[in-house]
Write a protein that binds this ligand. Sequence first.
Ligand code: NAD
Ligand code: ZN
Length: 368
Amino acid sequence: MSDPVTVTVGLGERAYDIVIGPGLIERAGEEIATRLPGTRVAVVTDENVAGAHLEALKAGLGQGGVDAAIVTLPPGEKTKSFDHLQEVVDAVLAARLERRDTVVAFGGGVIGDLAGFAAAITRRGMNFVQMPTSLLAQVDSSVGGKTGINSPRGKNLVGAFHQPKLVLADTDVLDTLPIREFRAGYAELAKYGLIDRPDLFTWLEKNWPAVFSGGPARITAIAEACRAKADVVARDEFEQGDRALLNLGHTFGHALEAATRYDSERLVHGEGVAIGMALAHRFSTRMNLASIDDATRVEAHLKAVGLPWRMADIPGELPDAETLLSFIAQDKKVSRGTLTFILTHGVGQSFIARDVPASEVLSFLKEN
Ligand code: NAD
Ligand code: ZN
């Protein structure tokens, strides 16, 4: 059995560890009791994760002598709502937890974002521990402190920065994740290679089957992704600069999610990011910034792992190019009529491009 790997997010007094490896659910009580002595916890989870792993987590917490209240919510993006936020806050207060007690998010990015926001606002900020159970949450959303819910007016519009005290990523739980969700998380993993880690991308091109099947390669990949994210977050916690690079693929991706009305049957977030990353590379070649070979290489890899990589891969009709552009223009990365995109000079050479002419984007969308 592989040993866990620890990555530290360097935020001074608020620095925290991300522990990645097998069997961490069974050890959760011990890890939490050692790092947050005397804490009581409220575990927030969803029905899918609870069905597969809650008994093991309860046993693991019990073994460390950690007393836990449990809140189980319905799965899916709609759970990131004011109603469910209220439900979580109420359950935490009903369990009489204090500020130094801990909210534990045990689920994918939906549960992590919601529970983290509940921790940020209940008693003016409680301790928070992330136990991510989806690949997307393990490589991305559980690290970095962005928490929040959706408003009827848009995704992630209500939230707070609230860093966890600890992230425990048990790589065994990914065995019960549906393959489509695994692939979607893989898109965010490949993203770090495409941003500024070309060696990671080359490694993934060769080793992705082993990442999918589990074992040491999976742990290596997740740890590398967490290192990449931890680096960016430590440099730019509140997204005033570099952290925006993590949005590679997200401007096109969010527009496609909006265009499919967040219908997970048609498109889940990571799939939108996959198509968005391919489009960002293709668009960069159109702007004479990158070579066609790089764009083709990215598309080939996404295709190889079974991810969608072009708009035609989305089932059902998409709106026309003008409408897609209007979704892009509603994206928060827009200022004064021009668009801010993450573009690239090639694999691992992404950069923030401000003042991208909307007309170029429109012609590009018409051709693709
Ligand atoms: P999710 O939480 O909906 O999980 C995906 C699906 O997998 C759900 O049906 C869930 O019940 C199921 N699931 C999770 N773990 C499982 C397991 N081990 N076994 C079986 N089923 C399991 O979605 P996600 O893809 O994990 O996260 C997407 C969310 O994350 C979005 O709301 C997005 O906005 C957010 N996000 C946040 C950040 C951030 O920095 N805070 C970053 C990226 C994404
Ligand atoms: Zn994302």
